[in-house]
Ligand binder design. Structure first.
Ligand code: ADP
Ligand code: MG
Length: 247
């Protein structure tokens, strides 16, 4: 078995009639934190969506192995059950479904058994207090009327409740005020310390402060054009993406 929890090789994928990912290679070992950067429209969110199995996107060729299993053969539900999670750039609003009920059914889906209400409540309370969140907030309809910052906090809350093996955070930090960034960073740190593996899509160094980044990948026009350590984030923020394509 691969030493990587996620092993993507020469992945070509896109939408009907248009290839967006043009041969992506990406390897992440269990427990590591990786950063994915790249200019707007490079294919970062598409890569996240393809890993999660969003049916809008089609895989044309290449391989994606997660935890020893071939992802390309798996449905969205099977991928979630296998321990994949993605926090979206624009989370959906779901009127009529409260956040706690959503999380409870997601947990049931994943584990195949109902979690006891008492245990569940206890974990909700603990997670609320870890993230300095009001408990009233988890009884509201999922994302309905949430501000941008509240939506992102809600996703971090779900991350800690669902405890996936692998989480993709898609620009979870964009447009957040300092307090919300602090909560997101705290949640990410707890997830990491509990052994979770992360792929963080971001332009900002704020969320990365205090995090131990194991590797950075830069994607331009559907291909990974550069890889490096944590320092690459700073290099790119100083010098931009220009020039990377031709290296
Ligand atoms: N569902 C879609 N329909 C049409 N075009 C798409 C779709 N998803 C992504 N694209 C296109 O693919 C390219 C990469 O998009 P995206 O993955 O969102 O980039 P990034 O997240 O790096 O900014 C863009 O040109 C975008 O317009
Ligand atoms: Mg994006």
């Amino acid at each position: 078995m691969s030493e990587y929890i996620l092993d993507i090789k020469d992945l070509h994928a896109g939408i009907e009639g248009e290839e967006i990912l043009k041969g992506v290679d990406l390897r992440i070992a269990a427990g590591e934190t990786h950063v994915l950067m790249g200019p707007n429209g490079a294919g970062k969110s598409t890569l996240g969506n393809v890993i999660m199995g969003n049916p809008v996107y089609k895989v044309n060729s290449g391989s994606m192995i997660f935890d020893g299993k071939d992802l390309t053969e798996m449905s969205v539900d099977e991928r979630a059950k296998a321990g994949l999670f993605m926090s979206f750039q624009n989370p959906l609003e779901v009127p009529g479904l409260t956040m706690d009920n959503f999380i409870r059914s997601a947990l049931r889906e994943r584990t195949g058994k109902a979690i006891k209400i008492f245990q569940f409540k206890k974990k909700l309370e603990e997670t609320c207090s870890l993230l300095d969140m009001d408990e009233a907030y988890v009884q509201r309809d999922l994302n309905v009327g949430f501000s941008g910052g509240e939506k992102k906090k809600a996703e971090i809350f779900q991350l800690l409740m669902l405890e996936p093996k692998f989480a993709i955070l898609d620009e979870t930090d964009s447009g957040l005020d300092v307090d919300a960034v602090r909560i997101v960073s705290k949640g990410v740190d707890i997830f990491r310390k509990n052994g979770g593996t992360l792929l963080i899509i971001t332009h900002s160094t704020r969320i990365l402060e205090g995090l131990n980044v194991d590797a950075t990948h830069v994607i331009v026009d559907g291909k990974v054009v550069k890889e490096g350590g944590a320092e690459l984030v700073e290099t790119i923020n100083a010098g931009g993406f220009e020039g990377l394509k031709n290296e």
